[in-house]
Structure formats: C-alpha cells, structure tokens
Write a protein that binds this ligand. Structure first.
Ligand code: ADP
Length: 444
C-alpha cells in the first residue's frame, strides 16, 4: 500500500483505485478506535441485565476492592490509573468473577471497558504455577490480538509469572515444544490449528474462553464456524464470555449458538441527533464551483476545526491539493493509509495541528473529535442505488445529544443532486436551509 504524499509541486499522483469509494473495514476501524482512544466512553443509559437465573441476586460493585482480587492484580489495575469500575464493569465484573463461573454475553459500544473487564477476569482465574494454556481469547485480527495482549501485560504487570502467547499466523512454534504460557490470544484459524492439528493447546484445560469483537468476527468468512468448532471442544466447566460493540440479529444468533446459558448485559449507546446542528446547502454548478463556495464559507466565518467529506478518494485528493495550494493547512485521511498512519493523522488533528481534515467514508463513524464545529459534505453520501445514505449522513454530521455543542453542517450540492438533499431533509424531518455563499450573514 502506498501513502499519499503530495509531490513537490503540490500535485498528487492518481491511481486507478482513486475512483473507489472507501469501504468501511470493521476490523481496521475497531483497531483505529483503540489506537486513538484516550478515555472511557460514557453513556447516560442504564445497563440492562438479563440473568440466566432471574431469582439469583444481582450484584454490582462500585469499587475494585469489593471484588476481592489478588493483591498483585489490584495493584495492576491502579497502576493503569483506573479508580473505579466503568458502568458496564459494575455489573459485568461480579458475574464474571462469581463462583461457580457464569457465562456472559455483553454488548456496549467501543471504549466502555469491555476489554479491561475480560482481561481482569482472565488474570484473576489464571494459576501462575501451572504452565499450560488456561485462558483463551479469540480476536478477529493479528493487530487486535496484540492490542488485547498489551492490556494483559499492563494489567498483569505485577502478576509476574503469568505470561501471554499469541496464536497468530507467522508465530512459529518449533516442533516438539510445549506452550507453557497461561494466556493465549489469537485468531480463530491459527488457534484451531494449534488445538487440533498441532495439539499445542488442550482445550479441555481452558478455564476462561473469550470471544472478543463478535460483530467483527462474524464479518470475516469462516471465523464463526472455526470459533464454534473451538468452543465445542471446551469442557463444560469452562467459563465462556462473548463481547460485541454492536448487536444486530446476526451477532445475536451467533452469540446464542456459541455461549450456553448466558447472562446478558447491554449498554445502549448514546444516540446521534441532528437537533443541535444547523444545516445548510449551497447550490453549485460544478466541482470548481463547490470549491469556490467552500472558500467563501471558510473566509466568512471563524472556523474552529472542520471535517470535509468526499465520496471518492480522487475527489478527496483533488480537494486536498487545491486547499494546500491556496495556503490552507489541511490533512487527508483516506482508506489507502495504514491504520497507524490514520491514527497519527487523527491525533495531529485532535491536537489542533491541522484545522481541516479531508476524508472519505473511512472515518464517517466511530471517530468523534469533540472540538469539530463544522462538517462539510463536499459530496452527499449516496449508496450503490444512487439513493441518499441516511445512516452515513447522520454519522458524519450528528452529535450525541448529551455532549452536543452546537454544530454547523454545509452540503455542497450540484443542481441535479437537489432531490437527494430534499429526501434527506424529509427523512430526518429537519430543516436544511439554502445559503448564498456570497452572503455569510445568514449564518448565526
Ligand atoms: P472496550 O473494550 O469496550 O473498547 P476498553 O476496555 O478498551 O473498552 O476501555 C476503553 C478505555 O478506557 C481504555 O483506554 C481503558 O484503559 C480505559 N478503561 C477501562 N476501564 C476503565 C476504568 N474502570 N477506569 C478508567 N479507565 C478505564
């Protein structure tokens, strides 16, 4: 993969891929979220709990001390800077640490503390003196497995004899060696291989089985079946835990197939709303015209930070070059960048090093930069059928009601696209006012 670095004259080489729209890659976005995450994500909703046995008492904890953890584990938690359990952890941890172990399906958006919770469960159930795999965690990609492993290493810093091993492609184990590490994290294919073909892991000895990022997992061909084959070979005493950021029916069906007799915990995400966003549109003749309108808007109002969305990589590149040539400080975020590169661009933007971020749909959702006051749709989001993509529109522009500062959104519309805009307006039952880009007084 190549990166887009403008040539000396500011131009950018175009490739055939440029006409492509960036598709949303769930695993890449999930990793990106982890890389740029700075703190817990809050939710104003209540945690919903569905107990396998509704008559048993429901415990929740407000402190980590109440969990009666091993001293060294508690030290690790505090060393990470955690003061008290997150909302989902308050309910999930007592269930996960209960005797006898209970199975759990938990759903909450990314950043709410799921990983920390199951890492804690694994570390608390592991016996450091026994040198064989006791906890097994399945992750959708190599990079996501590594991220989880880092959390194990950091939280388990004082659990000196506990070690992690990665069952991922490319991690060669010499013939005849045993796996002595207690926690194994890997992708389903390689784990399956290690269990059945190479017999490196005895599944009957696993005490905690974690299936992380179930929604991403079922999105990958073959992973559901492989995961189920692994699960079928576990002992009936093994604790089984499944986590997902979203819960469409397909995830739910998979979860119920793979986790027997589960407790279920859900935390609804903060809904996006267009209520506190003032939306405008500017009628334009051409791409150049759109650019002119953008410049007028840019000059006409004091901008905090802006994100500009384009439909194709080619458009995004074109716009980036134009703006750089006109002396603006902008950066370009598109799908051809590696996840690390994307994370660093978003970090720079967050730090205010650039005021404008130009992007395609790669980061339409999931990445919230709170200080962004302006969103520009340089192109309207449309789907394959050339209908408006309402969901992407909402994700680009919407804010969570709770944290929502007032925002501004501008849609650059070629005349023939006006019907699409009207459909968007009807769909959300919200006003999108026409703006004369020569007359910025209309704003505010
Ligand atoms: P998820 O798995 O739901 O995406 P994580 O477990 O990765 O969430 O947690 C998100 C962020 O919040 C991480 O940076 C993590 O270190 C931090 N975090 C998790 N639990 C707590 C807690 N109880 N207190 C403070 N920070 C926490």
């Amino acid at each position: 993969k190549t990166t887009t670095v403008p040539n000396v004259d500011g131009s950018i080489n175009n490739t055939e891929e440029d006409d492509e729209e960036d598709v949303v890659d769930l695993a890449a976005n999930s990793l990106l979220n982890k890389l740029i995450r700075q703190s817990l994500v809050e939710s104003s909703h209540r945690v919903e709990v569905l107990q396998k046995d509704p008559s048993s008492p429901l415990y929740s904890v407000k402190t980590f001390e109440e969990l009666r953890l091993k001293e060294e584990l508690l030290k690790g938690i505090y060393a990470l800077g955690f003061n008290r359990p997150s909302k989902i952890q308050e309910m999930a941890l007592p269930m996960m640490l209960a005797h006898p172990p209970q199975n759990l399906i938990a759903q909450s958006q990314s950043g709410t503390g799921k990983t920390a919770a199951f890492v804690l469960a694994m570390l608390s159930r592991v016996n450091a003196l026994e040198l064989f795999p006791q906890c097994l965690c399945l992750a959708p990609t190599y990079e996501l497995a590594l991220q989880t492993g880092h959390v194990v290493e950091r939280m388990g810093k004082f659990c000196v004899d506990v070690q992690v091993m990665y069952a991922i492609r490319g991690n060669q184990i010499p013939r005849g060696t045993d796996v002595t590490k207690q926690i194994v994290i890997g992708t389903p294919g390689t784990v399956l291989d290690w269990c059945f073909k190479r017999k490196l892991i005895d599944l009957t000895k696993i005490r905690v089985f974690v299936l992380d990022e179930a929604d991403v997992m079922i999105d990958t061909q073959g992973f559901s079946d492989q995961s189920i084959r692994i699960q079928r070979a576990l002992s009936s005493e093994c604790q089984m835990l499944l986590f997902s950021a979203t819960f469409e029916d397909s995830v739910w069906q998979f979860a119920e197939r793979i986790i027997p007799d589960p407790n279920v915990i859900k935390l609804r995400r903060e809904e996006l709303t267009l209520n506190n966003i003032r939306q405008y549109y500017v009628l334009c003749e051409s791409r150049k015209d759109k650019y002119q309108a953008l410049c007028n808007i840019y000059g006409g109002i004091t901008i905090g930070q802006a994100i500009i969305f384009c439909q194709t990589r080619r458009n995004a590149k074109w716009l980036t070059v134009k703006m750089i040539q006109d002396g603006h400080q902008v950066s370009l975020l598109s799908g051809e960048l590696t996840v690390d590169q994307r994370a660093s661009i978003i970090q720079r933007f967050r730090d205010g090093k650039e005021k404008v971020l130009i992007t395609t749909n790669v980061c339409a959702r999931g990445i919230d930069v709170k200080q962004v006051t302006i969103v520009v749709n340089f192109d309207l989001p449309v789907n394959q059928a050339e209908e408006p993509d309402y969901e992407i529109y909402l994700h680009r522009i919407g804010r969570t009601g709770r944290f929502g500062k007032k925002g501004l959104a501008f849609n650059m519309i070629e005349v023939d696209k006006l019907p699409l805009l009207m459909k968007i307006q009807d769909h959300f039952n919200s006003n999108i006012n026409q703006l004369d880009p020569e007359d910025m007084d209309e704003i505010e």
